[in-house]
Design a binder for this molecule. Structure first.
Ligand code: ACO
Length: 500
């Protein structure tokens, strides 16, 4: 009979690296960051694991695309000869939790004995090298990539995550009946706790106290990015960071003599997704897929939110942990991170959650207890939650099917039809204002609803100072108010708020 401990997935080693040379050009590339993180994870697990790894799973990276797929390079650098080498198709925020869940399944089924999972991004170095090569300024690689894409939302300026997530922030504030000041204060409070967590964490990128007021207050060093987010409220992708971890079975961990107090148990996971197109959502004040992912992960492991000792609620932008904490009823005074969040901990595109795994394992080893990892990818699109625990989880029987899409689809309200080019009266469903590098408005974007309930986009030119002020001054809630969509000269529909 098979020993049950051979079907119980555990994490035995974690490692991460921050690479911050004074001259960013001299930094490591993504594959080098991954190798460095894995070697640290191996050391953390007692050594000798990578040589025996039969699986190497990589979070796709975008900083050094020419190196993709990086698996063979990384394996070589760490002395591994894995039978299975995989890389996720895209660098998505949920990639690390998918790979952890997959590794747990494969270990429990006996397909794999030792799995190494890793990711790394070197956008700070890549941007500096690209600027040096072209003799130009340092480029924002996230925006440069998006600028090549075309389509309805791109035409209106909703191209990157910094443009799209504010639609949720403004939609949530209105739905929750908060004033702008209350909503900003909530973001500032959560983010200042992230800064505290980052300060305590040697693996974090920015390690200094930052108050809620400093986060909320726009100024030259904390410029407005997209209303109502300032630079200190969004993911910092200009980092060079790598993180990885080693997953095996409890039986193998014991056979190799890993001390019991260093073993962390992997619980069951749950994934569910929103439609890829952010304009094909049922609304902007919650996501049914996020709620299904969080609630299912707790239910499957027979955990209650109130019993959790630690959580990592993905934090590319404040609206994400704000929606997640409402699903969990997570108190604002309890930290929503074990790593420091994507602003202060660092936002290495798809690999943040590998750092969260490292942080969670370290917390569970030192303090014991139960932890929840909630990952988000895309534009509040992909959700994958999974739990970790310092003690065995009785309900966690692997392998498991972690897809709960049918539940999310059943919970979704009707999605309004999209009518590109709509002109006429309407109301604001949600909106944002995008700012330039000196913090001046470039333009506003309104997601509107026609009297028939259809959805459309309209831009607010920066020259319409009255409407821009109405959207941003916090005196009245703009969501739900009326206006007029009219054809503009450049082929775009323009929005004017009435009565402002
Ligand atoms: C599911 C998801 O995860 S979606 C999220 C995906 N990620 C993103 O969309 C990234 C969003 N963030 C960004 O695009 C950028 O970080 C921006 C636009 C906010 C700022 O980037 P840049 O214009 O390159 O920054 P800027 O030139 O002003 O300053 C660079 C410095 O500021 C730091 N920095 C950049 N962003 C941030 C931030 N959000 N918070 C704090 N510091 C930051 C950099 O580390 C860099 O510091 P260094 O000079 O010591 O290396």
């Amino acid at each position: 009979m098979t020993d049950v401990s051979s079907r119980i997935p555990v994490i035995v080693g974690v490692g991460q690296i921050n690479d911050r040379p004074a001259n960013p050009i001299e930094g490591l590339d993504s594959a080098q960051l991954m190798a460095a993180a894995l070697l640290l994870a191996d050391q953390d697990a007692g050594g000798g694991w990578l040589a025996d790894a039969d699986m190497l799973a990589i979070v796709d990276q975008m900083s050094f695309r020419e190196l993709n797929p990086v698996g063979a390079l990384v394996a070589d650098a760490v002395g591994a000869t894995p039978r299975i080498i995989e890389q996720t198709e895209i660098p998505s925020g949920d990639s690390p939790t998918i790979l952890l869940n997959e590794a747990a399944n494969r270990i429990a089924s006996g397909e794999v004995s030792v799995a190494a999972i890793v990711g790394g991004e070197a956008l700070r170095t890549a941007a500096a090298r690209a600027a040096a090569a072209s003799g130009g300024e340092r480029q924002n690689i996230v925006r440069a990539g998006a600028s090549k894409r075309t389509g309805y939302r791109f035409d209106y300026g909703l191209a990157t995550p910094t443009d799209v997530y504010p639609l949720y922030e403004n939609g949530c504030r209105a739905a929750w009946g908060q004033s702008l000041d209350e909503a900003q204060r909530e973001s500032g409070t959560i983010w200042s706790r992230f800064a505290e967590a980052a300060q305590e964490n040697p693996g974090a990128w920015i390690r200094k106290p930052v108050s809620a007021e400093e986060i909320i207050e726009p100024n030259a060093g904390n410029r407005r990015i997209a209303f109502p987010y300032n630079k200190l409220m969004v993911a910092n992708s200009s980092v060079n960071q790598g993180a990885g971890f080693i997953v095996t079975s409890l039986a193998e961990a014991r056979r190799r003599g890993v001390p019991e107090e260093r073993i962390v148990f992997v619980g069951l996971g749950a994934a569910a997704h929103e439609p890829e197109d952010p304009l094909a959502r049922d609304g902007y004040a919650s996501t049914p897929a996020m709620a299904v992912s969080l609630n299912k992960a707790l239910e499957l492991n027979q955990f209650k939110a109130a019993e959790l000792d630690f959580v990592e609620l993905y934090s590319c932008f404040p609206c994400v942990p704000k929606m997640a904490r409402r699903v969990l009823d997570w108190p604002i005074d309890k930290p929503a991170t074990v790593f420091g969040g994507l602003t202060f901990g660092g936002g290495p595109i798809g690999n943040y959650m590998s750092h969260a795994v490292v942080g969670m394992v370290q917390k569970l080893r030192s303090e014991g207890g139960k932890g929840l990892l909630f990952a988000n990818g895309g534009y509040a699109t992909h959700n994958h939650s999974i739990v970790l625990s310092s003690t065995p989880i009785a309900a966690a029987a692997f392998p498991q099917d972690y897809h709960f899409q049918a539940e999310a689809d059943a919970a979704r309200g009707p999605v309004p039809p999209l009518v590109p080019g709509y002109c006429g009266p309407g109301t604001i469903e949600t909106y944002t204002v995008i700012y330039d590098r000196v913090g001046e408005p470039s333009f506003g974007v309104v997601v509107g609803r026609s009297p028939a309930g259809e959805r459309f986009l309209a831009q607010v030119p920066a020259s319409d100072e009255k409407t821009i002020a109405f959207l941003t001054n916090g005196q009245n809630e703009p969501v739900g108010t009326a206006g007029e969509a009219i054809a503009g000269d450049g082929g775009l529909v323009l929005w004017t708020s009435t009565g402002c």
